[in-house]
Ligand binder design. Sequence first.
Ligand code: G1P
Length: 830
Amino acid sequence: MKKKQSIKKNYGQYLPLYNLGQLKSSITPFFGGDIKTDHHHYLLEPTTENDLYANHMSRNIIFTIDDEMYFLNGNTYLQQNDELQVEYDLLYQRVVRSNTLFSIESLSFIPLHDNLELLEVTIKNTSNKNLTLDVITAIPIYARSADNIRDHRHVTSLLNKVEINEQTVLVKPTLSFDERGHHLNHEAYTVSAYSPTTKVNRIITSLEDFIDGGSFNFPKGIYRKDFEPKPGYEVIGAIGFEPFILKPEETATFNISMGIFNQNEDALHIINKYKTKKSVEEAFKHMRNYFEAESSKLSISMVNKDVELLLRWVRFQPVLRRIFGNSYLPHHDYGRGGRGWRDLWQDLLSLILINDESVETLLFNNFQGIRIDGSNATIIGDKPGEFLADRNKIVRVWSDHGAWPLLTTLSYIHSTGHIEFLFKQQTYFHDQFTHYTNKTRDIETSEHILRVHNKPYLGTILEHLLLQNIVAHFNTGKFGFVRLENADWNDGLDMAKNNGETIAFTHFYASNLMKMAEVIEKINRPVRLFKSLYDLIFETIDLKTFFDNVSDFKDTTVEVDATKLSYQLVELYKKRIDHINENAWIKDTHLQSYITDSNVFLDTADTMNLTGQAMALLNETLTMSQAKSVADTTKKLLFNKDNGGYHLNSNYHKIMMDMGRAFGFSYNHKENGAVFSHMAIMYVYGLYNYNLVQLGNEGYKSLIMRAIHPDAHTVLGIPEYFTDKGVGKYLYLTGSASWLLKLLQEQVFGITFYYGKLTLNPKLVREDFINHRASIQTFIHGKLIKITYINLKNLDYGAYKIDKVLYQGQPINIEHTKIEGDIEVYLDEL
Ligand code: G1P
């Protein structure tokens, strides 16, 4: 299932490529984008959004044809009317650029295990005369850390050592530049080019010589017959070929590779594996087979082919974020690798759906990031258990962070039935911060593990969960709602640290207490907790005393009876819900979401934040009639069908220094009121919780239909948000993808598990069926199974019930039969 497009203009569309090694790329039909293994190792110059229109620092090839220069990237005055056909799929890009003289077909992908991107280019003479061709690659080799883009850019070029080996330019900088302590560089960055048609006749490595008084658009040095590598300069991989004649209909192929290799790898040996068309074909097949197999692990057939194609990519988006973090793609120009705490838990939601074997280990490891005061490390490195306080070394507390782990853990427990996970013992994160990071202390070790009497303190996963939720629950402000701290889910609400409150996440934490009460009741065995946590839960100490106690943690543990604990959690929940009901409503129509740093409720009867409504519905803290009012008002105040659906907030028409940077953004962009996929989908999930199916269906369909719309320029998958023009931004790397998959599986297809027990409760609408069928292939108790709903009478949601379930043509009762293979579920009138 491919996406084919005819492209007229460059709208900055890009595609991610990666492999099972370390290589990650972004690539555009104009060959922009970059290639790297991590923040400190970029082969091509790091690309931000604007660079997508200035592609000379990227993959380029210059063809001199009968004395005129043509570029692979099309950036010459002669090529402005070229036709461009692009084909994308998992995980490659094919481009055919054609004009009256020639066509150039290219294929770009990364082999599954070797850290080099391949570019196979075939030029064909489509005219009726002989063409004389001179071909030279024009690929600047950046070969250093993204930090050096404007930090000693020139000085770092002085470190460049260049070798020419066969048809490869190898750059091995002497040092990896870092003023805090330079170290020896161990990486080699390469560009190679081969052709069966013609021989290499020059290799220019100095960018200065290549440009030779011209410019990137009109380089004047490309015909110089150099073969001498020049150290200490900006490098280009300009590998030139002997001119040749291409007759009408004849083709010539060039196999180019761009790689990053560490000192333990034999770069030339790896490069040599991909010199020929045949070897590239094999690597391509191998890569395709892998992604096809992965793709089958969660595939959905519904609505139409466009929707199916979109969902095929949505399925990969959480995987992409695991690989790319919140970095490494052109819109994500702030990231340095790693992921935020919240994103880690969101991405796990979909790994649970695809039964990824690493889920339990990842989940378990993540709990190591929780501090004994209930806060947590915020940035997670590439390796399991690698946590940092924060990206910019500014320590912050996001008030929503404590809420997500329970949601993800329960999702895991319900789908597997593995409730014992809650009793696994895990350490706590330890650094200089105490009192919810408001105070610091001196620490002697860099080990990051909390110890008591020199032994790591271990608490159960359940203790970690209770800790995060109880501390957040009691961390309230003047109005009795959870303090906003440095922001909540909305990173842009970052200027209300003193008095800000998040009513939105107050719902979430309250509901989490209720959910934990239910689990504890179900387990029905004593729960061991450290003493200060026990005291806090039972309100014999306040939060301040708790923070003081644990700042020098020496607690013993106590055992608490399950019923007693569960009862207390329910009491706390009820009190808080009463408080919300009394204080958070605007005229019974919708909910307040925030209190500003100036101690004012943010919204009025005419304004709204989606977050407050979404968190209430998602966590089912409303009655049915409250939910209906909220849903009606939200549609009235925030819904815009053509632009993707639900906006994140109303337009406040002002900068709010007492709320956050978001309101400094123009309205309808990013966290100031854009159609923000993640919150919109969580809101829709909440609508389904209350069976508000028509509204929910309209909500998520608006979003995916906008993503598919050609004017959204999203290429594939769903973007983080849509602008005022309905253009998708921050492609691929978004927590909304996990939520869309979760929504489809659990709500739309109605496949849910309760402590491992499966139920089917579809909420598909009439339009979801293709030829009376809608299906999902997903994991049921660890087995990949296709569930097909069959709606022979074209019934809409509300008019059907499950009539029978067939396995191998025989009726089964899913309550009592273990599903062993694909099933068909027949729907019939109620
Ligand atoms: C991003 C961040 C997420 C944050 C959201 C709103 O996008 O990754 O952590 O909560 O912005 O500020 P998302 O992943 O939700 O698309």
